[in-house]
Design a protein around this ligand. Structure first.
Ligand code: DHB
Length: 388
């Protein structure tokens, strides 16, 4: 009697185990690692919201498997990002690692992608070299050189010849500085000084005072998403605008997430970027309306679009490969061409990096709200960092 019970128990356990395996195989897991707390939490919030919107609009099954989005907060600490990625690969057996709110977080995790042959989709970080850190990295955000070169071409044709650069002192800031400076000088302009501020808890005041003393035509700025508001405030408080110094930059400074709260000082600022919430296309209007509706009126920024398009790349690759992972999934991500809320884009199969339009935009009031209004387009911009 006891023996029979024992055998039945074993049979049940075996059945349960095989059911679990089948269930695991019937799932398509995406590990989304983001800064959800701390100074870069807005990036995490935007990307998570965009990923959830994509799933709501496109269904939670792909290639016959149930999509499971596992969202983890790395608090923007690189060692935490790496540890979480390792756990997601080993324990959860995720098919894709995604997110990566800052360059150091993506770079720290690159070896995990390589060793485990897990595709890693960078939805936010934007230093040019990131895609070279692992053959398993794909990017759907943008690169700083793409944006920096565009504004360095615009500036000298619009009365801005002498510039001081002011950037956050890490990967994307160094890219933003270098590619702007080289191009401006090539175009006959002058860079009077190159200032770098700490990436975390920056005090902009002494740097802006230095800019004021140097009396350039403009200060060119890069700070990461979510950090632009205090800089704008200081710019006005130190009277740089009154002194006739213009502010230009990559679009990170007039981030849609916080632009409307910046007030008059932001009005008229010209920047270059790949996405504006006011981009004039039917697809973008639909995207913005759906995003705002699902998120209490929150306006999507360029981070949200990187997340939304990243999900598109993952879904389409999963469909094409019927839910298998690894190299096949990666290969199916390469070369995808599609319309994004930002405009047309594709994933360059050679570099695994994003190619898209860069727009020159001016902050203007539309129905009482500040928006980056696109007024010129540079088409199909490849990452200039890959030309070397
Ligand atoms: C990076 C982060 C940002 O918030 C941004 O706007 C651009 C680049 C980065 O760390 O790569």
């Amino acid at each position: 009697m006891q023996k029979r019970f024992f055998l039945r128990a074993i049979a049940c356990a075996a059945l349960a185990a095989s059911a679990t395996t089948a269930m695991a195989q019937d799932k398509f897991k995406i590990g989304l690692i983001l800064p959800m707390t701390g100074p870069f939490a807005s990036t995490g919030k935007q990307i998570e919201a965009a990923a959830r919107l994509y799933i709501a609009q496109n269904g939670d099954t792909v290639a016959g498997k149930k999509v499971e989005l596992i969202v983890k907060d790395d608090t923007s600490a690189p060692d935490v990002t790496k540890r979480i990625a390792q756990e997601l690969v080993v324990n959860e057996k995720v098919s894709v690692l995604a997110g990566f709110g800052l360059t150091p977080l993506a770079l720290a995790t690159a070896p995990i992608a390589t060793q485990s042959k897990t595709p890693l989709v960078v939805m936010a970080a934007a230093t040019s070299s990131i895609t070279e850190a692992s053959p398993f990295i794909i990017r759907t955000s943008f690169t700083l050189p793409q944006a920096a070169v565009a504004i360095a071409d615009w500036a000298p044709n619009n009365g801005i010849k002498k510039v001081v650069t002011l950037v956050a002192d890490y990967g994307p800031g160094i890219d933003a500085e270098k590619y702007f400076k080289d191009r401006l000088i090539f175009n006959g302009g002058q860079v009077l000084d190159t200032l770098r501020v700490p990436m975390r808890n920056p005090d902009f005041a002494p740097f802006l005072q230095k800019v004021r003393d140097l009396k350039p035509d403009a200060v060119y700025v890069f700070v990461p998403s979510g950090i632009g508001a205090p800089l704008m405030k200081q710019f006005a408080e130190r009277g740089l605008d009154k002194a006739g110094i213009k502010l230009i930059g990559t679009g990170d400074i007039t981030d849609d997430d916080i632009l409307n709260g910046m007030g008059e000082v932001a009005n008229g600022v010209v920047t270059s970027h790949h996405y504006s919430a006011s981009h004039n296309s039917a697809l973008n209007k639909k995207f913005v309306a759906a995003f705002e509706k699902a998120n209490n009126g929150l306006r999507p920024n360029f981070m949200a679009v990187g997340g939304y398009d990243g999900m598109r790349v993952i879904y389409e690759a999963a469909k094409a490969t019927k839910g298998t992972g690894g190299q096949a999934l990666l290969d199916a991500m390469k070369g995808q061409v599609f319309e994004s809320p930002r405009g047309p884009m594709f994933i360059d199969a050679q570099t695994r990096d994003v190619v898209h339009n860069i727009y020159i935009r001016k902050v203007e009031k539309v129905n009482g709200q500040l928006y980056n209004q696109e007024f010129a387009t540079i088409k199909d911009v490849k990452d200039p960092g890959k030309a070397k």
